[in-house]
Ligand binder design. Structure first.
Ligand SMILES: NC(=O)c1ccc[n+]([C@@H]2O[C@H](COP(=O)([O-])OP(=O)(O)OC[C@H]3O[C@@H](n4cnc5c(N)ncnc54)[C@H](OP(=O)(O)O)[C@@H]3O)[C@@H](O)[C@H]2O)c1
Length: 338
């Protein structure tokens, strides 16, 4: 059997890191780039990692756009979407038209909730795999990837309408194959989960992202550790986390697994974090880029409301961060006209 052809769609920090590990496992891995296209086409990626050291990765093919990837006529086994999830800015699922063929699995390695839905609607016959990672990675310059910490990634089939037979569903087998490839590429803590458990992981990560990310921006760039150490901010962050952690089981119809961390233990481990790092939403805010507000804060609120549940702390953050972004963008626009 030939090795599965993998296409990384949006090869930034996360896409290049996991793409390089899949390539290490022996898969031909290609990449659709955008602002880093010229650099990656010329010299590939150079990656620095505490686990894997300094290494370079040259994708099998490098494309400047999805249209160019379509023109290559490759039969993709996995299309790994690692763009930022910005449904209020663009529907990236439309860019995969012509790339998804029989047997293609679309793997969404993105933060947030509801990221699968546009892909499921556009490609009802394709396997949609949902993936959550806790990796910490960045791209400080085009083609240069800093893998800072952690590798864990969980992958599950997205099968919201399948109550029986998930075990024998093709998407379940594809999720396991994708996890197997990552493990073979050195990502020892890659593992395949069921649809339900993967959605539980997504909600659990929302507790962290939806509390720390906007709070950092709204408090003018406070680091995660400083938020966990400041008494008032810690109380606020704990309140948001608790709100998400108590609402999610009601939305999902099942309690969280006992091993999932509580708000207090997340705060305690954040206090031990000596890196002084800030959430990526702060980086997006500072650089004037759109923030993943809708998938991290808006969609959880909407999913809860669909079940008759309100999350007032989340709603407050949503209203404030959305308006902060609108005001920032309006100011930049008016300044650029001067
Ligand atoms: N970085 C982390 O440590 C981390 C950890 C956990 C989860 N995540 C999640 O993983 C996802 C990816 O994050 P990231 O940090 O890897 O973001 P990133 O570094 O900004 O990478 C996204 C890449 O996608 C490219 N892209 C966007 N639209 C494109 C298009 N239409 N065609 C081709 N390329 C396109 C971007 O190009 P441009 O440079 O032109 O914008 C960029 O290179 C996000 O949902 C994030 O929340 C990230």
């Amino acid at each position: 059997m030939s090795a599965p052809e993998v296409l990384i769609f949006g090869a930034g920090a996360v896409g290049a890191f996991y793409g390089s590990r899949l390539a290490h496992a022996g898969a031909p891995v290609s990449a659709v780039c955008r602002s880093n296209y010229a650099a990656v086409k010329a010299s590939g990626f150079s990656i620095a990692s505490p686990q894997f050291g300094e290494y370079s990765w040259t994708p099998t093919r490098v494309f400047p756009s999805a249209a160019e990837a379509v023109a290559a006529g490759v039969r993709w086994s996995f299309i790994v979407v690692t763009t930022k999830a910005l449904p209020d800015v663009s529907d990236d699922s439309a860019l995969l038209d012509g790339l998804v063929g029989p047997g293609t699995a679309i793997v969404l390695v993105q933060n947030g909730l509801g990221v699968e839905e546009p892909y499921r609607q556009r490609f009802p016959h394709a396997a949609i795999l949902s993936a959550v990672t806790v990796v910490s990675a960045s791209q400080p310059s085009p083609g240069r990837i800093d893998h800072n910490r952690w590798t864990r990634i969980n992958i599950g089939p997205f099968l919201p309408d399948v109550s029986d037979g998930e075990e024998t569903h093709a998407a379940t087998a594809q999720a396991r194959e994708f996890a197997r490839l990552l493990v073979a590429g050195g990502v020892k803590d890659a593992s395949a989960y069921s649809h339900r458990k993967l959605q539980q992981v997504r909600w659990h990560k929302i507790a962290i992202n939806a509390s720390f990310n906007p709070s950092s921006v709204l408090s003018n760039g406070t680091s995660n550790r400083a938020m966990a150490e400041d008494p008032e901010l810690a109380e606020h962050v704990r309140g948001v986390m608790d709100e998400v952690l108590t609402t999610a089981p009601k939305v999902l119809g099942a309690p969280f697994p006992a091993e999932f961390a509580s708000a207090d233990s997340i705060l305690a481990s954040t206090r031990r974090n000596v890196s002084g790092s800030r959430p990526s939403m702060w980086g997006d805010w500072e650089a004037g880029r759109p923030m993943e507000i809708e998938v991290i804060i808006g969609n959880p609120i909407r999913l809860a409301r669909a079940k008759g549940l309100e999350m007032p702390r989340m709603q407050t953050l949503y209203a404030l961060i959305k308006m902060a972004q609108a005001n920032r963008d309006a100011l930049r626009k008016s300044q650029s006209r001067l």
